[in-house]
Design a protein around this ligand. Structure first.
Ligand code: MSP
Length: 644
């Protein structure tokens, strides 16, 4: 075995379903893991960052069929798009696993057979309510009379099939003991408590194979079964390291002898990772030396992001207007470990302006401009410190480094960034308190002025190193403008006062241009309106559309409905029959002006009673974004409506 001279870090994202585009929610997980990986590389850990795609299951099989592709081509295309997206988001993953790859499928087959032989997996029958979207069975109480999935709200299907089961009961006491003996195994604590009480209620054995679809990994000894997608998916964390293959070097190094092994997951997949995965590992006799970090969700003001609400934000929507680092910063700064966070453009613009453009941006531009102005771009380490506020600033910097390390080691990036920004604010305040422009007027204060510039230079160098895992490009720009040598950028030099002579570039471009709040609001309002105009309803066929009977009708009578501000009652002659139609357009028309007009009417809408009055059809209208509305009418004498 390779001798180890560095500590190791292995960090994983969940593998994403190959079912659609990755939005800012999943991007959060990938960015957060990237921060963790970069931070450990900074700390000189030998780091391995894994992400990838979860490609099997009925849902993906059906999605591929819908677009006329075979599942393998379908998932490969999505994997390529996702890889390209991660590249754009500056994700530093070392590997990207697809569960349809041979290196994974072969090992999952072996794992399944091993568990069959050891008796941890056995053959039985399963009957239950199955949710295709969540790839999971639910109990009768969970789905209720209506058979609705408790997780995603979609209808479940009744499925009875011969199935293999994983014996969870056998391991539940051992797992509870493990959790008790390792208080940091699941973080934060609230999620750990959730898992403990779930196990204490009693675990049912888990159904781990399916016969109802084909797109999965066949069970070697009984190929009409495919391996349940969650068993298949969870194993990616070790198959990607070569477990069970000819070359287990990575597995030995990063898992068996690993120092930090971190799985990062959203709260919705907590149980799979905190219960099923540890039990699979126990059954395989693999040590559970990982920690599980559980984060909340990125929510919109309407709640969850969803296609039907039309509120999904994709990372490209944000980066194309605001650049990459501001998105990375926002997500990491806003998400606490364990709870949800909100995404709104208002909040985004506010954070951008306050933290990035004002606090950080100003500190950088003022510091560089002053070092150029007062010392031709050069500062020296002072031999003696004259100012007590300088001592205070260096002390705060030292404390910040400690708190930052503690937070970033424990996946608490939000707290870490708050600490770093306290230092940024303190440094900005230091400029105001020491008033370098006044010191500069007095030749006798030259050394004091140098002391101030040096303290700013060092603070900024430390800030840039600390934020480098979150906003790598910005940190690089700051460090190269401060002309910090490679040697002084490392973790060993994350301490105040290591620079002897600091030289800065002559001028620095603005890092984050301040945004005009009103202009941004207008822009996003416009975008939202454009999105509404885009078709959001499901496509219909021509024959569906032809079922709607649209006719031209002449308004004979129109009046306001008593007791309503919105409704008008019309008597409309459609061919030789007069119908009563009620329409909610009273705010837009004086009823008299519509008499004699020829309007388009849906003639075969099922009649309904509105406030006790019969309405036999619908008047077609068009509305515009400024809340106006007009009826659709024809002007030629003998026109009739025709669908063509
Ligand atoms: N394929 C499974 C994971 C298998 S891991 C062995 C899966 N895939 S997923 O694509 O649905 O979700 C992947 C991750 O994205 C989960 O951690 C989930 O919590 C996270 N997120 C999905 N929507 C999210 C937000 N809106 N916000 C934050 N994370 C979210 O589950």
């Amino acid at each position: 075995m390779e001798t180890k001279n560095k500590k190791t870090c292995y960090v994983t994202t969940p593998i994403y379903y190959s079912s659609g585009n990755v939005h800012i929610g999943n991007s959060y997980t990938t960015i957060a893991c990237d921060v963790f990986a970069r931070y450990h590389r900074l700390k000189e850990y030998d780091t391995y960052y894994l992400t990838g795609m979860d490609e099997h299951g009925l849902k993906i099989e059906e999605a591929a069929k819908k677009v006329g592709k075979n599942p393998q081509d379908f998932v490969n295309e999505i994997a390529e798009n996702t890889k390209a997206l991660w590249k754009k988001l500056n994700i530093s993953n070392d590997d990207f696993i697809q569960t349809s790859e041979l290196r994974h499928t072969e090992v999952v087959q072996q794992i399944f057979e091993r568990l069959l032989q050891s008796g941890d997996i056995y053959l039985g029958y399963y009957e239950g309510d199955y949710c295709v979207s969540c790839e999971a069975f639910f109990t009768k109480t969970q789905v209720g009379e209506e058979c609705i999935c408790p997780d995603c709200g979609k209808p479940t299907r009744k499925i009875k099939e011969e199935s293999y089961f994983l014996n969870l009961k056998k391991y539940s006491d051992r797992l509870l003991k493990y959790i008790a003996d390792h208080p940091n195994f699941i973080q934060p604590e609230s999620r750990r408590n959730e898992v403990v009480s779930f196990i204490e209620q009693g675990l049912e054995d888990l159904c781990v194979s399916r016969t109802s679809f084909k797109w999965g990994i066949p069970v070697l000894s009984n190929p009409k079964h495919v391996v349940y997608v969650w068993i298949d998916a969870l194993c990616n964390y070790i198959t990607a390291l070569g477990y069970g293959s000819k070359d287990e070097t990575l597995f030995d190094k990063y898992w068996l002898n690993g120092d930090v092994v971190a799985h990062v997951v959203g709260k919705d997949i907590l149980r799979f990772h905190a219960i099923f995965w540890p039990i699979i590992l126990m059954a395989l006799d693999i040590p559970l030396n990982f920690k599980l970090y559980v984060h909340g969700w990125v929510l919109m003001k309407e709640g969850k992001m969803s296609k039907s609400v039309g509120n999904i934000v994709y990372p490209q929507d944000v980066t194309s207007r605001y650049g990459l680092d501001s998105l990375r910063y926002y997500l990491v700064r806003e998400m606490p470990l364990g709870n949800d966070c909100l995404f709104s453009y208002d909040r985004f613009v506010e954070r951008y302006n306050t933290d990035l453009a004002n606090d950080l941006g100003n500190l950088v531009s003022r510091t560089i401009a002053m070092i150029n102005k007062y010392f031709a771009g050069r500062v020296q380490k002072p031999t003696q410190i004259r100012n007590s506020i300088s001592i205070e600033l260096s002390k705060i910097a030292a404390e910040t480094i400690e708190k930052f390390n503690d937070s970033f080691t424990n996946f608490r990036f939000q707290s870490g960034l708050i600490e770093v920004w306290n230092l940024v604010s303190r440094a900005n305040k230091y400029i105001d308190e020491t008033s370098p422009w006044i010191l500069a007027k007095d030749e006798a204060k030259k050394e004091e002025l140098n002391e101030v510039m040096y303290h700013l230079y060092e603070s900024l160098r430390l800030v840039a190193i600390m934020i480098s895992s979150v906003v790598p490009e910005t940190a690089e720009t700051i460090l190269s403008n401060l002309q910090v040598s490679d040697d002084n950028r490392g973790y060993q030099k994350l301490t105040f006062g290591v620079t002897d002579t600091g030289k800065v570039k002559e001028r620095i471009d603005v890092l984050f241009k301040r945004l005009d709040v009103i202009e941004e609001q207008k822009y996003h309002q416009n975008e939202a309106e454009k999105a509404i105009i885009e078709p959001t309803k499901e496509e219909v066929s021509l024959s569906d559309f032809e079922k709607i009977d649209i006719r031209v009708g002449e308004v004979l009578e129109a009046k306001k409905m008593e007791g309503s501000d919105k409704l008008l009652i019309f008597q409309i002659k459609v061919e030789d029959k007069v119908r009563q139609i009620i329409s909610g357009i009273a705010q837009f028309y004086n009823p008299q002006e519509l008499i004699g007009k020829k309007l388009l009417v849906v003639a075969n809408l099922k009649p309904v009673k509105i406030r006790g009055q019969l309405s036999e059809g619908m008047i077609l209208t068009a509305s515009s974004s400024d809340d106006s509305l007009e009826v659709l009418q024809v002007t030629k004498e003998n026109s009739f409506a025709k669908i063509s």
